[in-house]
Design a protein around this ligand. Structure first.
Ligand SMILES: Nc1nc2c(ncn2[C@@H]2O[C@H](COP(=O)(O)OP(=O)(O)OP(=O)(O)O)[C@@H](O)[C@H]2O)c(=O)[nH]1
Ligand SMILES: [Mg+2]
Length: 151
């Protein structure tokens, strides 16, 4: 029998525009942080699926999100700590037949109350575990990567 190298797990990032999905990818991959708007689904290093915010914001893209999620092992909901409100409806996790975790981004810009509120939105959306990160300072990113086992 042929031995196969252990397959890397693949995560899919979902969150509204400017939530910090692409910047988190850059931080995870130790790249320079530079802003560019994500226009279409991007597969990065085989282990991360980065999606444009529009896939969450526009209801007509929901089907595309579900189809894309079949290529992922784990779904990561990304919520900006400084955002008022959320785009994630309650039980959003039930759209996917995959484990769903939540990441609160931009913790470097937010106060404790904002960070807690963002976590509540993600819990309501069905995230089974939460991570609190800043892609600028690197806070929380190693813990996330270790949990996801994507590297
Ligand atoms: N201070 C701070 N800024 C961040 C953080 N994460 C992202 N940003 C900034 O937020 C802006 C949007 O970040 P992106 O990562 O491009 O957002 P996105 O979720 O990929 O957005 P779309 O591609 O439009 O869906 C950029 O200017 C980032 O520099 C963070 O943790 N801290
Ligand atoms: Mg992006």
């Amino acid at each position: 029998m042929m031995e196969e190298a252990p397959k890397k797990r693949r995560m899919m990032l979902i969150g509204r525009s400017a939530a910090g999905k692409t910047t988190l990818c850059q931080r995870i991959n130790h790249e320079d942080l530079r802003y560019h708007k994500t226009q279409t689904v991007q597969i990065i290093n085989q282990n991360i699926i980065d999606t444009p915010g529009e896939y969450l914001e526009r209801f007509s893209f929901r089907g595309a999100l579900i189809v894309t999620s079949t290529d992922a092992d784990i779904i990561v909901l990304v919520q900006d700590a400084t955002e008022q409100g959320t785009m994630f409806p309650p039980y959003f996790n039930s759209m996917f037949a995959k484990p769903v975790v939540g990441v609160v981004t931009k913790c470097d810009l937010a106060n404790q109350k904002q960070i807690e509120q963002a976590g509540k939105y993600l819990n309501a959306a069905g995230a089974e575990k939460l991570f609190f990160v800043s892609s600028v300072t690197g806070q929380g990113v190693d813990e996330l990567v270790e949990y996801l086992q994507i590297l």
